[in-house]
Every structure is written in structure tokens, then in C-alpha cells.
Design a protein around this ligand. Structure first.
Ligand code: FPP
Length: 237
């Protein structure tokens, strides 16, 4: 795409994979079929991010609130994660580094083990950093960061006056990623839903009515183009 040359490509993109249930409902299919299609879109869009020169992408895959869904739907989503982790190694040539953010303690020991294995396996990959948020909530993440800092104060390593924004950022799950530049939410919902609430303080937003399973690389390009056309002032003039 020749226009790409002039594009200001965001460094870090956050994506809320929304609309899987409605995609399935429109086709009179069970909701889990929508998640299955959504998992395919996740792969396609991750490759497209890499091809566009995006350096970090964070996906909202399962929130701390999603446990309230029917058990069979939760099980189907967890199964999709496991299957994906089982064959992620066959895509090693893509050189994409996968990591997970969120509270792992509520996930099954087998899933936790696979997550740790995949992170180790991908450790040296560097074409794209891909974070998957599983059992993730932005407020929960900030609470976790504050707890880590409180432990340091308790041990006498730092004093309360040393706590600044940088320290809070460094104790988030995303400590190794830059702030998010662009958040994409498909499916017509206009909310952040507790996703990267600290990291998105100066993010740009792109909303579209397309349901996540129908989201194509061309839609990612449109979102990046929209981002590129905006004038970010970060509070300045
Ligand atoms: C939101 O759509 C989607 C989820 C809560 C689950 C997302 C999970 C996947 C796409 C599977 C990911 C798999 C891998 C391998 C990353 P929704 O169910 O809320 O849709 P609705 O708003 O139309 O009901």
C-alpha cells in the first residue's frame, strides 16, 4: 500500500475483541461459534499489525467480569485459549512475541503452565509484541500495582514520597510496553470497559460497527489511517 509511506503508524494498539456473540446470533449459531471465528480474526489481525509496522498490540480477550457468563461459554473461551497455546509454536517463524496480562491465579493450572511455556518459547521473538489480556481488569491491574508498591514501602525499600506516576506504571502488567496510542473497539459499543484505563490516558479511539469476526486487515488500515490523520497534543497546544 503506497499510502503507508506517509502514515504515522501507532506504536501500541489496543483492541477490544467485541461482537462475537452477535455475529453468531445473526447466523443462528451458538455464541461459542462467534468466539471461534473471533480467534481466527485475532490471528489474521495480529499478522496484519506486524505487516503494518505496529510494534505492540494488546488484545482484551477475557475480562475480570466475563466470569459472569454462562459456564459453557466461559469453558468454550478457555478451550480456545488452550488450543491456541497448543499450536502457537508452529507459528514460530512469524517471530511474534506473545505475553499475557491479567490475574492468572484464577485460571486452571494447565492453562497457567501453557501460558508460562509460550512466554518462555517466544522470549526472543521481536517482530511484534503481542499481549493477551486474560482475566484482566484495568482497576484490578492498578490495585495490583499499588499492592506491589506498598510491599516495597513496608520493606523499607522506598518511602511514600517516592511513589510517582512512573513507579505506578512500572508495576503494571504492561510495564514493558509503551503507553497505548490507539484503542480499536468494533461492534458499535462506545466504551473502554475497564481496558488499559491507566495506559490509555492519552490514547486515540477508533470505533466501528463491524463485529469482531468480520474485522479485516483493511479495517485495521482504516483505523491506523484515522489515527494518522489526527493531531495529538498531549495537553499542549
Ligand atoms: C466479546 O464479544 C468477546 C469475548 C468476551 C471473548 C473474546 C475471545 C476470543 C475472541 C477468543 C480469543 C482466542 C484467542 C486465541 C485469543 P461478546 O461475546 O461480548 O460479543 P457480543 O457483545 O456480541 O455478545
Amino acid at each position: 500500500m503506497s499510502e503507508n509511506i506517509a502514515l504515522n503508524v501507532p506504536v501500541h494498539v489496543g483492541i477490544i475483541m467485541d461482537g462475537n456473540g452477535r455475529w453468531a446470533k445473526k447466523r443462528l449459531m451458538p455464541r461459542k461459534m462467534g468466539h471461534r471465528e473471533g480467534a481466527k480474526t485475532f490471528r489474521t489481525i495480529t499478522r496484519a499489525c506486524k505487516n503494518m509496522g505496529i510494534k505492540y498490540v494488546t488484545y482484551y480477550a477475557f475480562s475480570t467480569e466475563n466470569w459472569a457468563r454462562p459456564q459453557d461459554e466461559v469453558d468454550a473461551i478457555m478451550d480456545l485459549f488452550e488450543k491456541y497455546l497448543d499450536d502457537v509454536k508452529s507459528f514460530a517463524d512469524e517471530n511474534i512475541r506473545i505475553r499475557f496480562i491479567g490475574d492468572r491465579s484464577k485460571l486452571t493450572p494447565s492453562l497457567q503452565q501453557k501460558m508460562a511455556d509460550v512466554e518462555k518459547f517466544c522470549e526472543k521473538f521481536d517482530s511484534l509484541d503481542c499481549f493477551l489480556a486474560i482475566n484482566y481488569g484495568g482497576r484490578d491491574e492498578i490495585k495490583h500495582s499499588v499492592q506491589e508498591i506498598a510491599k516495597k514501602v513496608q520493606r523499607g525499600e522506598i518511602s511514600p514520597e517516592d511513589i510517582d506516576e512512573k513507579l505506578i506504571t512500572e508495576n503494571l502488567y504492561t510495564a514493558e510496553a509503551p503507553p497505548v496510542d490507539l484503542i480499536i473497539r468494533p461492534s458499535g459499543e462506545l466504551r473502554l470497559s475497564n481496558f488499559l484505563i491507566w495506559q490509555a490516558a492519552y490514547a486515540e479511539y477508533y470505533f466501528t460497527d463491524i463485529l469482531w469476526p468480520d474485522f479485516k486487515p483493511e479495517d485495521l488500515e482504516k483505523a491506523v489511517k484515522s489515527f494518522s490523520d489526527r493531531n495529538r497534543r498531549f495537553g499542549g497546544v
